[in-house]
Design a protein around this ligand. Structure first.
Ligand code: MGP
Ligand code: SAH
Length: 262
């Protein structure tokens, strides 16, 4: 019998070898359990959500630690890489208001960025507004997974009603686009945003600060959206950016005021 086929030879002899084998077996068991969990989860995923579930690690890199989403959360959450980028774009801001926080995709990334201008050790503060209490519970749970819950104030409420009482350095707007069917429109105009049109939304945000970031559909009428900068006199600085994940376009971010050209 050749030494490779002799089972006696394959057995770990030293303590170190036994330890290494034990670790390998443990890792394999963990992977098997995760695979089983994923398969079970996949069976429970609704047809609408399936496409987004397949992208789960792009949405939350810590998905397997126990991230939770509801159906609207699945198709609305900003992919982590994009949210992290948007958060870095306003690195100097002390307080960021996330007006439509959903399950926390953006709020978590805003809270992760250190406020390097004022105090390199201080975390920035996030005010996360969301009308659906269930989503706020999910967002808080997800924020805990990323260890940033202490830097976010979650408020259950209607942004339009709360706005006059809010103060912040930047307002981030990622409103509902009317569900995944948004892309059926060749040209997505501002009146299609929910629950109110883009002009009304922008004006409400503008009363808080001119530093506004809007995350909009990739088929947005860019010219029309750019005209929002004219609601201020003199017109606000503006920068339009297309956001990609793995080479696929996901959305358009428009930066206004001090958030433009940072
Ligand atoms: P998508 O176009 O539905 O997915 O959403 P995908 O995988 O690009 O589909 P494909 O078939 O076109 O290839 C793309 C991204 O848009 C999502 O990851 C979300 O970040 C964002 N998004 C989608 N919707 C429907 C909304 C929404 O209603 N509100 C907000 N704020 N973001 C949304
Ligand atoms: N950026 C978020 C997704 C936002 S989706 C993320 O990354 O997770 C838009 C969210 O706006 C939805 O969760 C919806 O419940 C919420 N919403 C709708 N109308 C609202 C309002 N008037 N005030 C606050 N939130 C609202």
């Amino acid at each position: 019998m050749s030494p490779a086929k002799d089972p006696a030879v394959a057995l770990p002899r030293t303590r170190k070898q036994r330890k290494r084998l034990k670790r390998k077996v443990k890792i394999k068991a963990k992977r098997r359990a995760q695979k089983k969990k994923n398969l079970k989860e996949k069976e429970n995923v609704t047809p609408l959500v399936k496409k987004y579930w397949l992208q789960r690690y792009d949405l939350f890199s810590k998905y397997d630690v126990g991230i939770k989403l509801d159906e609207e959360g699945w198709f609305s959450v900003t992919p982590e890489e994009i949210a992290a980028w948007q958060a870095r774009r306003c690195a100097g801001a002390g307080v960021v208001i996330d007006a439509f926080a959903g399950v926390g995709g953006n709020a978590i990334q805003f809270a992760k960025v250190r406020n390097s201008v004022v105090n390199p050790l201080a975390c920035r503060h996030v005010i996360a507004v969301e009308i659906d209490p269930h989503k706020v519970a999910l967002a808080l749970h997800n924020a805990k997974i990323y260890g940033v819950q202490d830097h976010i104030d979650f408020i259950v409420g209607d942004f339009f009603q709360l706005a006059p009482f809010l103060k912040g350095d930047v307002v981030f707007l990622s409103p509902p686009w009317g569900g995944p069917s948004y892309k059926a429109k060749e040209n997505f105009t501002l009146d299609l945003l929910k629950p109110k049109d883009g002009y009304s939304l922008f004006k409400v945000a503008q009363a808080i600060t001119p530093n506004i970031i809007m995350y909009l559909p990739r088929n947005i009428d860019v010219l029309q959206a750019s005209e929002l900068s004219w609601l201020s006199s003199p017109p606000l600085d503006i920068e339009v950016e297309e956001n990609f994940v793995r080479g696929y376009s996901k959305g358009i971010t428009i930066y206004f005021g001090d958030t433009a050209f940072s």
